[in-house]
Design a protein around this ligand. Structure first.
Ligand SMILES: *Cc1c(COP(=O)(O)O)cnc(C)c1O
Length: 818
């Protein structure tokens, strides 16, 4: 029987399964004008294979007593699932045939799918890539997160301004998730703590919660590529505990009976849309605790299923990775559980926590470092605050006092509590004190974590702070999104490069091969033609595929400096207006970015780019040498369409601000050439591709630091560069907003009167110079083809498989399932 199920499916068998689901699960006998019913049926047919493998995976994990990593993340930016799952299961070709037989193009069926957008940007997408790699490498891993009813908002432009509408990703159900009522958890909140003296003289703490919330798990299967493993992403939905208060209802208090339910369901209602900023809102805090508590209970339950009451193997079997500080409360929850529910003494509970937690730092930006008011902590989680205080006391009185005896300043600096008008809990400090490893996400970032963010902790805990450079999954970000390039690579690479990305190195030998160059660049051109169609559909703007496609796609942030790109576009426009024959290869600047709804300047930057784009795109004088398009609703699915068509990748953050970046890796992998600063993983990309195949510009981290010491004056750069002065003045007038001078003035104000916090003006000159060098390089088509090919060839390091293997070797110590 086992052999019968292992035989690869045929297209005919797959079609039979799809028809079965169309008839019996969707009762869609007449599906010809219903592609979304076909999508659902195809997903259900795939699920038959997926769930079979999931069962086998679970059995193997149990039998082999495999140590597992539990990845705790408030965000997962999964995107669509079908195409990826078909590729990973090697079912793509037969599904394509089967769907064609039913009268549809598989690609059109994909378009019916909705993104799982349960994340903001890079951090959430990293979690998604890591799950893919963990399953591909056959590691035992569970992802834990929140089952948001609404993921990241959808973005539209009205009169050039961003409008947000709610994301309804599962309005009509989601075929990839399955509810697990058998694993529901109950989570206490609020209330008070009672201290009970025990007969033996010790004290017992009893938390009397004010409210109990139910956590309902939804499992999304994670299919490894060409592997044995299907893991799960377990997402918690909040519900009221007693579903409905019938007494109240019968007494006529309909509203009150509903209100407890509404309040409970609010917890998992919506993803906070602030990327890299900490909002400090109670609901966000409760979200964090809710999902941490559900996950800790689930981790313990899974352990006990195998080991019962014997805790001796727990630390051998379990590692818990904290994706940023968002899940920090898991530490306090495990302490509380071990002591209050399982009668651990303090030392044993603490020793356990110090063995199982590890923490990934994602940012140095002060506004992103989480702090929670002690007063709120006390109201929501009174017992956890007691534990936190006890950890702090032990940490300060033993560890800090031993290293720096009598140093009160050091105590204040390292304390888990920040003193001040409003006492605050420093979540990152709790993470660093507890975790056995702390990693940054690119070498330069990890160095800065050691030298600038946590130098004292680095001294206190030598060897704890380390680096794991981020990566991206080549399955989604090359094989699935760029099928033409993938097939070309298959012809010259012997190994399965999608599983062994460093084998792309073999492509370097063809970098100067005229025939290969032509094939490579023809594919880039075909991808550009396709994207041009998409651009027209989304914006109405016609772009020429012969132009350079220059791409900046990422969240909108001052530190990412979309406004530097924007100022340079204005500079080019001025040059063209002055001289319509100005020598430049035609260029299309493509933006994609969502701004946090409350981020004023980010929204003004979107508005300004859209306004200027309108003007430039309709200016006949510049002979189509310049086009600017801002594609609405940037998300994983849109990234998959843009990236294969990109010639140029804009990675222009202020040095020291971008922890790693992963968009930079996806674009280079698809043959885009980077123009970028020495920041984040750009540094490592430059090492891999070599200085000739990347355009590096701008102030370095050290130079940025030196400017601060010397005193930074943006006016000096404004006065020194005529073009820069002209474009900034332009924004302050009414050239782009006739009759409304100053409507685009917010950017200028921030750059001059606002002090230019991200040093845009200091880098303008060198950026413009690098852009000219890039233009020269593109005009030499042989040289450009060589550069593009070498970018693809040299990206082996940046597979998330390598990142995961680094985590496994240096932090998690897992062994793969046999
Ligand atoms: C990869 C990715 C990001 C991260 O991009 P960066 O350039 O590294 O900031 C953000 N959003 C989406 C949809 C992505 O796919």
């Amino acid at each position: 029987m086992a052999t019968a199920t292992k035989k690869p499916l045929t297209a005919a068998q797959f079609k039979t399964k799809v028809l079965h689901h169309l008839n019996f699960t969707s009762s869609e006998v007449d599906f010809q004008d219903n592609p979304s019913a076909v999508l659902r049926a195809v997903c259900l047919a795939v699920n038959e294979v997926v769930y079979e493998k999931l069962k086998e995976t679970n059995a193997a994990h149990t039998e082999q007593k495999a140590r597992s990593v539990n990845y705790l993340s408030l965000e997962y930016l999964m995107g669509r699932m079908l195409s990826n799952n078909l590729h990973n299961l090697n079912l793509f070709d037969i599904a394509q045939k089967a769907v064609a037989d039913l009268g549809f193009e598989l690609e059109d069926i994909f378009e019916e799918g909705h993104d799982l957008a349960l994340g903001n940007g890079g951090l959430g997408r990293l979690a998604a890539c890591f799950l893919d790699s963990l399953a591909t490498l056959d590691y035992n891993a569970v992802g834990y997160g929140i089952h948001y009813q609404h993921g990241l908002f959808e973005q539209q432009f009205h009169k050039c301004r961003q409008i947000e509408t709610p994301d309804e990703w599962r309005e009509y159900g989601n075929p990839w998730e399955v509810c697990r009522p058998e694993a529901v958890q109950e989570i206490p909140l609020f209330g008070s703590v009672e201290t009970q003296a025990q007969v033996d003289g010790s004290v017992k703490k009893i938390w009397h919660p004010g409210q109990i919330i139910k956590g309902v798990p939804w499992d999304v299967p994670i299919v490894g590529y060409n592997s044995k493993t299907v893991n799960v992403l377990r997402l918690w939905e909040s519900r009221a505990c007693s579903h409905f208060d019938w007494d109240q209802f019968n007494a006529g208090a309909y509203q009150d009976a509903h209100s407890a339910q509404n309040q409970a369901e609010t917890i998992s209602k919506v993803l906070y849309p602030n990327d890299e900023t900490e909002a400090g809102k109670e609901l966000r805090f409760i979200q964090q605790y809710f999902f941490c508590a559900c996950s800790i209970k689930d981790i313990i339950k899974r352990y006990q299923k195998q080991y019962g009451d014997d805790w001796s193997e727990f630390a051998n079997q379990t590692v818990i990775q904290l994706n940023d500080t968002h899940p920090t409360i898991a530490i306090l929850e495990l302490m509380r559980t071990l002591m209050d529910d399982y009668d651990f003494n303090w030392d044993n509970a603490w020793a356990m926590c110090r063995q199982v937690f590890a923490y990934t730092n994602h940012t140095l930006l002060p506004e992103a470092l989480e702090k929670w008011a002690v007063s709120m902590f006390e109201r929501v989680l009174p017992r956890h605050l007691e534990i936190l205080y006890a950890i702090n006391e032990q940490f300060l009185n033993h560890e800090v006092a031993r290293m720096w005896p009598g140093d009160v300043q050091m105590r204040a600096r390292l304390s888990l509590i920040e003193e001040g008008q409003q006492k605050m809990v420093r979540m990152a400090h709790l993470c660093v004190v507890t975790s056995f490893k702390v990693n940054g996400v690119a070498q330069i970032h990890s160095d800065l974590v050691q030298s600038d963010l946590f130098p004292e902790f680095n001294k206190l805990y030598p060897g704890k702070l380390t680096n794991v450079t981020n990566g991206v999954t080549p399955r989604r970000w090359l094989k699935a999104c760029n099928p033409k390039l993938s097939k070309l690579l298959d012809t010259v690479v012997k190994n399965d490069w999608a599983k062994e990305l460093s084998s792309l190195n073999a492509v370097a030998e063809y970098a100067d091969d005229a025939k290969f160059q032509k094939k490579f660049m023809d594919i880039k051109h075909e991808n550009k033609v396709k994207l041009a169609g998409e651009i027209h559909k989304l914006t109405g703007v016609e772009v020429n595929p012969e132009a350079i496609f220059d791409v900046q796609i990422k969240r909108l942030h001052e530190y990412k400096r979309q406004h530097l790109n924007f100022l340079h576009i204005l500079g080019l426009y001025r040059r063209l207006l002055e001289n319509p024959d100005y020598d430049m290869h035609p260029r299309v600047f493509i933006f994609g970015a969502k701004a946090a709804p409350g981020y004023y300047l980010a929204k003004e930057i979107i508005y300004a780019i859209n306004k200027v784009a309108e003007r430039i795109n309709n200016d006949a004088r510049i002979k189509d040498k310049l086009k600017v398009v801002f594609l609405p609703n940037y998300r994983v699915t849109l990234a998959e369409k843009i990236i294969p068509a990109a010639d140029v990748s804009e990675q222009i953050s202020t040095a020291g601000k971008e922890a790693s970046g992963t968009g930079n890796m996806k674009l280079a992998l698809n043959g885009a050439v980077t123009i970028g600063t020495l920041d984040g993983a750009n540094v490592e990309i430059a090492e891999e591709v070599g200085d000739d195949n990347i355009f590096i510009f701008g102030n370095t981290v050290d130079q940025i630091k030196a400017m601060k010491v010397a005193g930074y004056n943006p006016w000096q750069f404004y006065e020194a560069n005529e073009e820069l002065k002209d474009v900034i003045d332009w924004l302050r007038g009414d050239f782009f907003t006739p009759g409304k001078p100053g409507e685009l003035g917010a950017i200028a104000h921030s750059l001059l009167e606002g002090g230019d916090p991200y040093r845009v003006l200091a880098d303008y000159d060198d950026y413009a110079r690098a852009q000219e060098a890039l233009d020269v390089a593109y005009k030499d088509s042989k040289r450009w083809a060589r550069m593009a090919i070498l970018n693809t060839a040299k990206m082996g390091k940046f597979t998330s498989d390598r990142s995961i293997q680094d985590y496994v070797n240096n932090i998690w110590k897992l062994t793969p399932i046999k």
